[in-house]
Design a protein around this ligand. Structure first.
Ligand code: HEM
Ligand SMILES: *[C@@H]1O[C@H](CO)[C@@H](O)[C@H](O)[C@H]1NC(C)=O
Ligand SMILES: *[C@@H]1O[C@H](CO)[C@@H](O)[C@H](O)[C@H]1NC(C)=O
Ligand SMILES: *[C@@H]1O[C@H](CO)[C@@H](O)[C@H](O)[C@H]1NC(C)=O
Ligand SMILES: *[C@@H]1O[C@H](CO)[C@@H](O)[C@H](O)[C@H]1NC(C)=O
Ligand SMILES: *[C@@H]1O[C@H](CO)[C@@H](O)[C@H](O)[C@H]1NC(C)=O
Ligand SMILES: *[C@@H]1O[C@H](CO)[C@@H](O)[C@H](O)[C@H]1NC(C)=O
Length: 336
């Protein structure tokens, strides 16, 4: 079963390579590849600088690594990894920060600013905000106990935001079928969906994103029957009916701040916090169940697949070459 996942992934990545070569031949120079050595000669210490700012932030905010990892997802899923999620509203920009999945939810923007300042001090005008998000996600996962990898780099920053796209991000209330189609719309498959959902091994979620499961699920007058009953009791205590929807809960009740594979064993125990989490295993005959079970039984399998899926997500329509720009302030298009 593990080998069949590996084979599927391998054959689909060979297809992608072949397709990329064809496109490169058809339109020479229009599509550069990201590379782990992109800043070797222009900002060789960039990953250490990013990591050190995050490590400092982590000492007073243990949640920051989760928040930064999520920002990379919210960037890449909306018109590609172009730093669009970081833009504030202006005369020409309607910020994605006001979209439903981000408003009073996405966080870490101040730390991204601190990273950008430190990187600009070392290598002015060289490193994009989009690449800072990729590097921050890698450092964050590793600082929380997860794998380390060489992030692919060379993205440039966009000059537009798309609040419609941000409002269309995967929702915690989505069914498995809807999640699969939102992932496949950006070229990601079931293995990516399950591996990347494993990022819910750390960080927090507000009651308002799952309290529908606790009292009157789908108008049944009862809780979501797929919720573990002792976990249900705990969640009902933390999120009373009609209470403050912004109260925070650990996404992973077993090891809340550690990046590990417990997210998947939680799913096996019917302890997925969001409906979109539990859907990966509990819907009758979920097509993703075997992937969940393989990651639950082997943390190294999860880590390997998570790294590959972060690279896949990071490859969603990057701006490269002379497209876009290197923003000097991640919140603003240059000259605006
Ligand atoms: C599969 C579809 C996904 C859905 C429906 C989803 C939904 C959510 C929701 C509702 C929250 C809680 C936000 C809040 O309460 O303010 C959350 C948090 C989080 N998500 Fe996701 N997510 C998904 C995929 C991902 C992916 C792909 C990643 C990264 C690879 C990710 C990383 C995180 C992290 C780390 C947190 C905690 C953030 C924090 O504590 O600040 N999620 N997600
Ligand atoms: C870039 O730098 C890294 C770390 O110093 C090194 O491992 C890698 O071989 C270098 N790559 C190139 C193409 O110079
Ligand atoms: C690279 O950056 C780190 C973190 O800021 C710093 O500790 C280290 O001295 C830097 N190394 C070089 C060679 O500049
Ligand atoms: C974001 O939330 C704040 C506070 O709840 C609200 O005042 C504001 O209108 C929301 N922004 C958008 C764009 O909906
Ligand atoms: C914005 O996102 C929407 C929804 O994903 C998409 O249909 C639309 O083409 C995007 N607009 C631009 C200008 O990229
Ligand atoms: C549950 O929700 C449905 C549909 O919104 C509503 O008709 C019903 O009265 C609710 N039941 C309870 C017990 O609150
Ligand atoms: C509920 O969670 C507990 C603790 O993880 C576990 O022992 C139990 O098997 C779970 N029950 C179900 C039905 O999944």
């Amino acid at each position: 079963m593990l080998s069949s996942i590996a084979e599927r992934r391998m054959s689909s990545s060979s297809l992608l390579v072949a397709l990329a070569i064809c496109l490169a031949l058809l339109s020479p120079g229009s599509r550069a590849q990201l590379s782990s050595s992109f800043y070797n000669s222009t900002c060789s210490n960039v990953s250490a600088i990013v990591r050190s700012v995050i490590q400092q932030a982590q000492s007073s905010d243990v949640r920051i690594t989760a928040s930064l990892t999520r920002l990379f997802f919210h960037d890449c899923f909306v018109d590609g990894c172009d730093g669009s999620v970081l833009l504030d509203s202006s005369s020409t920009i309607v910020s994605e920060k006001g979209a439903v999945p981000n408003n009073n939810s996405a966080r870490g923007f101040d730390v991204v600013d601190n990273i950008k300042t430190a990187v600009e001090n070392a290598c002015p005008g060289v490193v994009s905000c989009a690449d800072i998000l990729a590097l921050a996600a890698e450092a964050s996962v590793n600082l929380a106990g997860g794998p380390s990898w060489s992030a692919l780099l060379g993205r440039r920053d966009g000059t537009t935001a798309n609040i419609t796209g941000a409002n269309n991000l995967p929702s915690p209330f989505d069914s498995l079928t809807t999640l699969q189609s939102k992932f496949s719309a950006v070229g990601l498959g079931d293995t990516d969906l399950v591996a990347l959902s494993g990022a819910h091994t750390f960080g927090r979620a507000q009651c308002r994103f799952f309290s529908n499961r606790l009292y009157n699920f789908s108008g049944t007058g009862n809780p979501d029957p797929s919720l573990n009953s002792s976990y249900l009791t705990t969640l009902q205590q933390n999120c009373p009916q009609g209470g403050d929807g912004t109260t925070l809960n650990n996404l992973d009740p077993s090891t809340p701040n550690t990046f590990d594979s417990n997210y998947f064993t939680n799913l096996q125990n019917n302890r997925g916090l969001l409906q979109s989490d539990q859907e990966l295993l509990s819907t009758s005959g979920a097509s993703t169940a075997s992937i969940v079970n393989s990651f639950a039984s082997s943390q190294s399998t999860f880590f390997q697949n998570f790294v590959q899926s972060m690279i896949n997500m990071g490859n969603i329509s990057p701006l490269t070459g002379s497209s876009g720009q290197i923003r000097s302030n991640c919140r603003k298009v240059n000259g605006s």
